[in-house]
Write a protein that binds this ligand. Sequence first.
Ligand code: G4P
Length: 528
Amino acid sequence: MAFIDEIKRRRTFGIISHPDAGKTTLTEKLLLFGGAISEAGAVKNNKVKKGATSDFMEIERQRGISVATSVLAFIYKDRKINILDTPGHKDFAEDTFRTLTAVDSVIVVIDVAKGVEPQTEKLVEVCRMRKIPIIVFINKLDREGKDAFDLLDEVEQKLGLTTTPLSFPIGMGYDFKGIYNIWEKKINLFDGDKKQKISKGVEFTDINVPELDQLIGEKAANTLREDIEMVEGVYPPFDQQDYLNGDLQPVFFGSALNNFGVKELLDCFIEIAPTPQPKEAEERIIDSKENKLTGFVFKIHANMDPKHRDRLAFIKIVSGTFKRNVPYLHVRNGKKMKFSSPNAFFAEKKEIVDESFPGDIVGLHDTGNFKIGDTLTEGEIINFKGIPSFSPEHFRYVNNADPLKSKQLYKGLDQLMDEGVAQLFTLELNGRKVIGTVGALQYEVIQYRLEHEYGAKCTYENLNMHKVCWVQPTNNKEEFAEFKRVKQRYLAKDKQGQLVFLADSAFTIQMTQDKYPSVKLHFTSEFK
Ligand code: G4P
């Protein structure tokens, strides 16, 4: 197949949701359509057990599964679909943010009864900021939930989206009869007895015909007519370009568990969702159709077996063809590297491949050469943008608990930070190290892994901080010097050597910003 056709047939996306909205179930149903798995229950649930904070088996289990389900690829109607897994647990939110740098679009799953939940808000905000095309799937229609219009309102208000329903429910919960597929102008009826059956659907280009009454009953038919009239009157018509620009978000309704509305979603998705997109680098914009290889690391996964400290670096191919055993430039190191066993992902398996194309994810065995954000090219110096660090929410000093093992401790910390497990800050004043994380769970993961993989021991000391702000230096030398002198105790360097300010409250940030207006404080490391 020609290179250009390989690009055109690829769709790389992520499914995001608040835990329990149905992400895993939807993923599984999509894989079933692709014939990539043959039974439900094959995709393991990649989530930390509710309330598990100190169950290390659980952490290990999570790590194992998340390698297996990091990328789930399948072929559907000759399209190569790559689903990038995003952990739902909020303590792993940073991981999800990074994965979002490698997707070309997302599907957001919302529970019809619970509506928009906090984790969804956070994740959608990141997608909106980056103008990632979003499709919304409202799930669990087999249960009683919120009114469809109320829910659409909630999605618009809380998530800041402009919605356009492409399907609409006929009833809900006990009365759930089916779905009118606005996109294909079809009615799919729900058959509670044959839960795993895919209903074919009856075409209804005009829902005003009497046949509709016969099919779903007069009352439901009239309600549907009113609903669709309202949809057409209130919501903008679907426009693919608006969707691709991130200005309009199509909405589908269904029930992932009952496999209802999923095929409609997938059929529309493959038609409208973006093919591998151009990506902005510091130097220039790289188009996916360029012949020369470029790609970047968005995730690093440590080996489950502590005796083998090799890791798997996940590379998203942005342009060109990635070939086995061909030397590529590791831009940050300035070294050429070739890979004899690059892994591609298919369903829940990984296998060695000779060639991969834009949109694909390749897993490379790594002995510590890669860190998140690293770029591979055929020689050009390219540094991709958009893999920023966000301010952590928890902070602790890390102390060495075994003086004979300090080398191991620092090596371990260094590598774990490269993997993106947490962020390390070094205080300017005394060189003490502070670990910042999104959730408390990471501290246990770090302690456990340092001990089991690096033979080092650490203890923590609480540090009451609200956020770190990345400091943008100013030309106002006097003000900058004054800021540095007064705030010396709260200044640190991140792992890249960027200056950060540790703030103990939102009020402190405001006060500091007011007092030193030319020194700009940012909540992410990438602010240029
Ligand atoms: P997540 O990955 O977003 O965290 O959600 P997951 O798919 O694991 O789904 C969470 C729960 O919601 C599961 O039930 C799942 O069966 C259920 N669910 C998913 N889709 C639907 C749906 O369309 N209708 C209904 N009624 N339920 C749905 P669980 O009891 O927590 O787990 P399990 O024992 O069924 O695996």
